[in-house]
Design a protein around this ligand. Structure first.
Ligand code: URA
Length: 210
């Protein structure tokens, strides 16, 4: 079994992604493009949510509409760049609870560890949607999914903006049950772990740091 990988190839997404990637795109416009693309990513990722019938009345006639059924949702941001995708996902699911995972690397062992792990309650009953704009080596995503499974989360999706083939393979191999949604799978990773052609450091571009 390998993970489902959704590439959102809508022309407007690809157009905005090209604008967003460019070096001359400043913080304000970067955030706006990320928010707009994030709506499409979120909609695509969540398109298999189960529906249930709901009887309503329009001003013209009664009808049977649909409403979302099933598990409650938690958005899990991998700090800090993941926060850049919170706004569009909250636009789509305003009632979602939010969890945060902060990861750092031990300078000696080079192993990742979590310096922050704040989760909503009853995570075992929620759909967890992990968000991080860049799926590079896959190390952070795998760590985050492992940590969520350890606390009993049963259904997990992953949303990013740009992925490297190496990251898609690593996450998919480690967690074939986790659906991956992205706007692009780029060429490869550079020697220092950047996605190329990519967009640079997503955190810096969202927060306006360098
Ligand atoms: N994280 C980033 O922000 N950019 C990359 O290219 C890879 C990881």
């Amino acid at each position: 079994m390998s993970a489902e990988v959704q590439i959102v190839d809508h022309p407007m997404v690809q157009h905005k992604l090209t604008l967003l990637r460019q070096t001359e795109t400043g913080t304000k416009n970067f955030r706006e493009y990320l928010r707009e693309i994030g709506w499409f990513l979120g909609m695509e990722s969540l398109k298999d949510l189960p529906l249930t019938d709901k009887a309503i009345e329009t001003p013209v006639a009664p009808m049977t509409g649909k409403e979302i059924a099933g598990k409650k949702l938690a958005l899990i941001s991998i700090l800090r760049a993941g926060d850049g995708l919170l706004a569009p996902l909250l636009d789509i699911v305003p009632t979602a609870k939010i969890g945060q995972i902060g990861l750092a690397r031990n300078e000696e062992t080079l192993q990742p560890y979590k310096y922050s792990f704040k989760m909503p309650e009853r995570m075992d009953q929620r759909l967890a949607v992990v968000i991080d704009p860049m799926l590079a080596t896959g190390g952070s995503a795998i760590y985050a999914v492992n940590a969520l499974k350890e606390i009993g989360v049963k259904k997990i999706k992953f949303i990013c903006l740009v992925a490297a083939p190496e990251g898609v393979k690593a996450l998919s191999d480690a967690h074939p049950d986790v659906q991956i949604t992205t706007a692009a799978v780029d060429d490869r990773l550079t020697d220092i772990g950047y996605i190329t052609p990519g967009l640079g450091d997503a955190g810096d571009r969202i927060f306006g740091t360098n």
